[in-house]
Design a protein around this ligand. Structure first.
Ligand code: NDP
Ligand code: GDR
Length: 348
């Protein structure tokens, strides 16, 4: 017997958040239509990792966010109560080289779904995956739901457009459009191009003698990093309250990329000493004197977001949501997962 007869669409089901949210919704008894885009080889390893692949209540549907007709048919076919729009060209670095694609997927893609909802059934509740990247250049800290936006990348600009369109559909058509402004959230399911997972994977490989050195870009960037599994719970809670709104999810703690590197190496018993600065900076193994981390300007971005730190007080008060996992615990669990993967020859 199902505990819940609700149906949800999750776009971007092959991504980090898509996997955790699907796991959560299935546990709650939802029927889930998970959308993925066609690729030459399937990409369901995260769904497999969370035990969702093959679940009787999970239907995988091929869908590209840039196709309005497909979005309308998706709503008609699934008849969902809730839509979680997690699909995006989500990598900030790439958005500088692919600004148009990013605008089409990350910006207009959300509007395709909103239009489909407006046409098929305006009662469908919609969650938009907004981002702390919309704050960009620091205007005030900690950032909250009322902090002015100043995005610093084509990704941030595209997300800001989708964010405002969600609010506009809420105000214009009474659609339950909610936007979660989520600060960075990480996990062992994070893609390896993002900095935390790049670091934990490298720490594991370096400690096992399988990689000589880790190359990174800006070590001074400060981020507010939380645990993804807790953040998808916040997304779900946002659609269970009576009124659509905007919520920040964050930990209210910020650390530099350099700090995260030190934590990850500590998790494999390597103490790093930092020497040099800017492009010459490098992290040295305090026992052997070997350089294990170095800066490569190839990973710098044309414009950077220097400092993010969010205040999740509204989410705590209205949704009862609070982050639980510390950065130390998060880093430790990511490093452990990567050590295990590397030792068992898994490449994801
Ligand atoms: P991922 O990069 O892990 O996942 C993105 C998903 O979008 C993937 O499933 C990807 O498919 C899919 N996708 C990309 N392009 C298209 C397209 N044209 N049509 C359909 N699907 C597409 O991101 P996360 O899970 O980390 O993040 C989820 C969402 O939350 C994203 O929108 C992200 O921008 C946003 N966000 C993330 C934060 C974070 O810290 N993780 C913080 C704030 C916001 P494929 O696997 O085929 O590439
Ligand atoms: P971000 O995440 O841009 O915050 O976007 P990312 O992990 O890519 O970068 C975080 C910070 O680390 C610096 N950095 C590097 N980044 C990467 N990827 N690779 C490097 O080698 C490297 N060296 C230093 C970056 O310059 C940056 O300052 C993520 C994504 O999940 C978005 O989709 C989401 O919206 C935001 O988080 C919140």
């Amino acid at each position: 017997m199902s505990m819940n007869s609700k149906t949800a669409i999750v776009t971007g089901i092959t991504g980090q958040d898509g996997a955790y949210l699907t796991q959560l919704l299935l546990e709650k008894g939802y029927k889930v239509f998970g959308t993925y885009r066609r690729t030459s080889s399937v990409n369901f390893w995260r769904l497999e990792e969370v035990g969702a692949l093959g679940h009787a209540n999970l239907e995988l549907v091929e869908h590209d966010l840039t196709d309005l007709g497909a979005s309308i048919r998706l709503m008609e076919e699934a008849q969902p109560d809730e839509v979680y729009n997690l699909a995006a060209q989500s990598f900030v670095g790439v958005s500088f080289n692919q600004p148009i694609t990013t605008a089409e997927i990350t910006g207009l893609g959300a509007v395709n779904l909103l239009e489909a909802i407006r046409i098929v059934n305006p009662k469908i509740r919609f969650y938009q995956a907004s981002t702390s990247e919309m704050f960009g250049e620091v205007q005030q800290i900690p950032q909250t739901e009322v902090t002015p936006f100043y995005p610093r990348s084509p990704y941030g600009v595209a997300k800001l457009y989708a964010h405002w369109m969600t609010i506009n559909y809420r105000e214009s058509y009474g659609i339950f459009g909610t936007s979660g402004i989520l600060f960075n959230h990480e996990s062992p399911l994070r893609g390896k191009e993002f900095v935390t997972r790049k670091i934990t994977d490298a720490a594991a490989r370096i400690s096992l003698g399988m990689q000589p050195v880790l190359e990174l870009g800006n070590l001074d960037a400060k981020r507010d990093w939380g645990f993804a599994k807790e953040y998808v719970e916040g997304m779900w809670r946002m659609l269970q309250v009576d009124t659509p709104d905007t919520f920040v999810l964050a930990t209210n703690r910020t650390e530099t990329v350099r700090d995260f590197v030190s934590l990850a190496f500590k998790a494999v018993d390597i103490q790093l000493d930092w020497q040099g600065n800017a492009e010459t900076e490098h992290g040295i193994d305090s026992r052997t004197g070997k350089t294990l981390v170095q800066v490569n300007p190839r990973f710098y971005r044309p414009a950077e977001v220097d400092l993010l730190i969010g205040n999740p007080e509204k989410a705590t008060q209205v949704l009862g949501w609070k982050p639980q996992t510390t950065l130390e615990q998060l880093c430790q669990l990511m490093v452990e997962a990567d050590l295990q993967r590397v030792q068992t020859g898994k490449s994801f």
